[in-house]
Design a protein around this ligand. Structure first.
Ligand code: ATP
Length: 483
């Protein structure tokens, strides 16, 4: 049994199609208006939509792509009444599976339905091979690859998408990749920087306004939501949206309609929403700083863009790419790098991610000029200071000695976390040497056993082994301890 939505304003046609579907035991929903049919389809997620091209509230052709982007990715069969060849051609080019001309018989309709379902079944069995347009994105690390796979999936669906990741990590670039690879690539990509929206003008910027709606509104203005019609609305840093704007936005997402400031009538905009944030929105919901209902609405699909420090494999390629790019921008011959340049870059944790890497390389290129080779000394001072501070910290607390002079209790962390020195085997040997020394110190200075024999019994070692251990750790028996 499959699920159908039939949208035609002619009740006879609706009845005829439904009769054919009923005979084959399929489930179906009908609508006589475009908007109503779209809402039903979004709710029930059909396998197939029958869509009349000429409906009282609009032209089905204009909405074809929106139907195709419904998360079930339905096949759309357009219905025409002696429709022009032109509109049938347009429908096919826009992704309609097939068309049917009125009038038609129940028999021909049944045949068409069976064919469409067979096609859909075959299609779902085959894995889609995706050749992604990467929009200049560099990197081939496994973590980035996973993220690109998610972006490829998001490109084929029309569901809202939430991109998470630290600042400068490439969230907007991923959103642009989704746009470029989606059926909406011919439409606009409209960016809204929610962190930069001034509270007094935010409604007007998003929804537009009518001339005279407020002081300074000298003419009608189209808002960003309207500008995103047939394309993608990218809400960057959505976590920064004020609460009352969140409420208005939720309404737009539910209804796909909005009202410009000062206008009486509602407008429709057929956009797909992609949002991005570096914040933990679920935690914000718990603190009542973000609406839960809005969170559910915006995260149909979630993509996490990993920080640069978790994909240092990409750093070499990114460095080569940016150096070429920057030198070109400054009209300079491409600079080389010294052998310690990349290791230095790798020893930094890049809180500002790819954006910070580009800025640092630009700084180096400019400060090195006219030298043909870049050295770590030409990196920004703040970065070199941070790397040096990290190294000092590491030297001050090497794994091997940090615990030696501390009494270790069960609940105490034996050492502060530093960068690991040497191999795991070496670290284990050092750790066990330190633990041995602490044990011996506790044994000979704190325990109640008075004689060496007692101490050896407690420790479970022979007397000769005990003296060997004391020599190894350069320890002496305190006065009062006797053999
Ligand atoms: N893998 C990459 N390859 C090439 N350039 C990249 C890559 N990732 C990011 N960039 C570049 O780094 C800069 C920052 O990326 P982008 O603006 O997409 O990050 P963001 O996560 O959206 O940042 P913010 O959180 O500040 O909005 C842009 O110039 C982008 O083109």
């Amino acid at each position: 049994m499959a699920l159908f939505v039939v949208i035609d304003d002619d009740p006879t046609i609706n009845r005829l199609i439904c009769e054919a579907l009923d005979r084959e035991d399929h489930e179906f929903h009908t609508a006589q208006m475009l908007g109503q049919g779209f809402d039903v389809a979004r709710q029930v997620l059909p396998d197939i939509v029958f869509l009349d091209l000429s409906l009282p509230d609009g032209n089905g052709l204009e909405w074809l792509e929106a139907f195709l982007e419904i998360p079930s990715n339905p096949e759309v069969i357009v219905i025409t009444a002696g429709g022009s060849e032109q509109s049938i051609e347009t429908a096919i080019y826009r992704g309609a599976w097939d068309f049917v001309q009125k009038p038609f018989s129940i028999r021909s309709m049944t045949h068409l339905v069976r064919q469409a379902l067979r096609y859909r079944k075959d299609k779902s069995g085959k894995e889609k091979v995706v050749a992604l347009n990467r929009q200049g994105l560099i990197g081939g690390s496994p973590t980035l690859h996973r993220c690109l796979q998610q972006a490829a999936q998001a490109s084929t669906s029309g569901a809202p998408c939430l991109i998470r990741g630290e600042t400068g990590v490439g969230k907007e670039l991923i959103a642009r990749i989704i746009h470029a690879n989606s059926p909406r690539s011919g439409g606009p990509f409209v960016v809204v920087d929610c962190a930069a929206l001034s509270e007094s003008l935010v409604d007007s910027i998003l929804f537009g306004h009518r001339k005279g709606a407020f002081t300074g509104a000298h003419a009608d203005k189209v808002g960003l939501i309207q500008s995103a019609d047939k394309g993608i609305l990218f809400l960057d840093e959505i976590g920064e949206l004020p609460m009352d704007v969140q409420k208005n936005l939720l309404r737009v997402l539910q209804e796909q309609t909005f009202r410009p400031v000062g206008a009486l009538e509602e407008k429709r905009s057929n956009f797909r929403l992609i949002s991005a944030t570096h914040r933990n929105l679920a935690a914000m919901v718990e603190k009542n700083a973000f609406r839960q209902d809005l969170l559910y609405r915006i995260m149909g699909q979630e993509i996490f863009v990993p920080p640069l420090r978790d994909r240092l494999e990409d750093l070499d390629h990114l460095t080569a790419f940016f150096l070429q790019n920057i030198c070109q921008q400054y009209n300079l011959p491409v600079k080389g790098i010294s052998s310690d340049f990349l290791p230095t870059l790798r020893s930094y944790d890049w809180p500002g991610n790819i954006r910070e890497l580009r800025h640092c390389l630009e700084h180096s290129v400019v400060s090195a000029d006219p030298e043909p080779i870049l050295y770590p000394q030409q990196l920004p001072n703040y970065l070199r200071v941070k790397i040096a501070a990290g190294e000092l910290e590491h030297q001050r607390r090497p794994v091997s000695t940090c615990s030696e002079d501390k009494v270790i209790s069960e609940n105490q962390t034996p050492c502060a976390f530093g960068k690991p020195a040497g191999t795991l085997k070496e670290a284990r040997a050092e750790g066990s040497r330190a633990a041995e020394k602490i044990y011996l110190k506790q044994l000979i200075f704190s325990s109640k056993e008075k004689t060496v024999k007692d101490l050896c019994e407690k420790a479970g070692v022979s007397v000769s082994h005990f003296y060997a251990l004391l020599r190894k750790h350069e320890l002496e028996l305190p006065h009062g301890r006797s053999t």
